[in-house]
Design a protein around this ligand. Structure first.
Ligand SMILES: Cc1ncc(COP(=O)(O)O)c(C=O)c1O
Length: 416
């Protein structure tokens, strides 16, 4: 069979929705300035689907720093990978400041968190080692593990009894192989908003010998008293061996970093293939991240505003009877039961009749029968946005409970 013929017939678990969903539910175009209100299909909508948590994406000072850095350096500099010719004082300065912010000895920049995570995992373990990870791990963690030739054990999301059992199993294996154990969790789970149980996971260090890697993509800049992350929130920094953050969310940029003990960061610098063999972060990204870091450190008002909006939104929705799962972060999942067709109708109704743009998540990302509407509150939202949204969601829930979406009464654009 011809390879291309085969893949055209088998578009993949998300690709199967492509024909009906493209351009509306998937690959939508949000236009205009990054903000609480943006234009979708020619109309202004209230947007709840950007991880621009602190509202920095369009902050004038950030825009100015980005623009000045681009004017001074262009996007080409530095050329090459860090190891060969792409290293600069600015990259090092940002690494030192990030390390200090997240309370670690050293940090190393990653050109894209995703690729970085892949190579972090790849460089930490060999076939003798065992990885133990949470069942809701992000795709970048799963892909990192695909590179691993040794054993890997999964524990059901945040199930500490099960983690204990898997650690016992892993311990037996590494005793035979002479390897070590790497546990990987997220700080904040980006779909459900609940937190990796860092308190209990780190407590298991008293019982088992393992190293802990935390992917805190959503927690970096949003969680903890100074925004330095979910391990700061739980007060367990000293027990988290490696801390991973991205600039793609609260820092509204591109790139990321890994932080930990100096000797381990040195090992990663020389071994992460996606970094050793790929171009360094361009200067405007680095100088832009320095500016963001300075603002996050000195201006707590962004985080305070984020939490004010997040708390009001979550309280309002819960008071109206919505199931928000176990979120303890700004990520606000509205969990409804229904099929993909209903989910798309609800999303359509929200977008077209209420001008609310939020992301819709359904099977296969979440289990069959569950629809997750994911709202991301940010510091650029207002209390009026919150009130309006709670009212709109209440109306949507009434229609859902009355079976109006299933009966097709509100049908406009359904994807099944
Ligand atoms: C948990 C988690 N880890 C890693 C990443 C990847 O980060 P980046 O966008 O910097 O590649 C994301 C982004 O979606 C994420 O949610």
């Amino acid at each position: 069979m011809d390879l291309f013929e085969k893949i055209v017939k088998k578009p993949g678990p998300i690709g199967i929705y492509r024909d009906k969903a493209h351009g509306y539910y998937m690959f939508p175009k949000l236009e205009g300035e990054l903000s609480n209100k943006m234009v979708f299909m020619g109309k202004e909508r209230l947007v709840w689907s950007l991880n621009n948590y602190l509202g920095l994406g369009n902050h004038p000072e950030v825009r100015k720093a980005d623009a000045e850095a681009a004017a001074q350096w262009g996007l080409a500099y530095p050329m090459g990978a860090r190891m060969m010719s792409g290293h600069t004082d600015y990259h090092e300065k940002l690494e030192n400041e990030l390390a200090a912010y997240v309370g670690r000895e050293a940090a190393y920049l990653l050109n894209y968190g995703y690729q970085g995570m892949l190579s972090i995992i790849d460089s930490l373990v060999d076939r003798k080692d065992v990885i133990v990870y949470d069942s809701e791990a992000h795709a970048c963690i799963i892909d990192g593990m695909r590179l691993h030739f040794g054993k890997r054990f999964v524990y059901p999301h945040n199930d500490m009894n099960n983690l204990d059992k898997e650690l016992e199993r892993a311990t037996k294996i590494v005793k035979e192989t002479g390897g070590g154990i790497l546990v990987i969790t997220e700080g904040v789970y980006g779909m459900s908003g609940d937190l990796g149980n860092l308190k209990e996971i780190t407590r298991l260090k008293d019982k088992y010998q393992f190293r802990l890697l935390v992917d805190d993509a959503h927690g970096f800049g949003t969680m903890g008293p100074t925004g330095a992350g979910t391990d700061e929130h739980f007060g367990v920094r000293d027990k988290v061996d490696l801390y991973f953050g991205t600039f793609a969310k609260a820092f509204a940029g591109i790139g990321g970093f890994i932080a930990g003990k100096k000797e381990i960061i040195w090992h990663l610098m020389y071994n992460m293939r996606s970094q050793v063999f790929a171009k360094s972060l361009p200067m405007p990204m680095v100088i832009g991240a320095l500016k963001r870091l300075e603002m996050v450190k000195t201006m707590p008002e962004f985080r305070e505003k984020l939490w004010k909006i997040a708390n009001a939104l979550q309280k309002g929705l819960r008071d109206k009877g919505f199931n928000l799962g176990n979120t303890e972060s700004p990520v606000t999942p509205v969990i409804l039961s229904g099929e993909v067709a209903e989910a798309t109708q609800i999303t359509y109704d929200l977008r077209e009749n209420y001008n609310i743009f939020c992301s819709i998540v359904s099977f296969p990302v979440v289990p069959k029968g569950i629809i997750l509407l994911r709202l991301i509150p940010t510091a650029s939202h207002t209390m009026e946005d919150v009130e309006y949204t709670i009212k709109a969601f209440s109306e949507v829930k009434e229609k859902l409970d009355a079976g109006k979406y299933a009966s097709g009464e509100i049908e406009k654009m359904v994807v099944e």
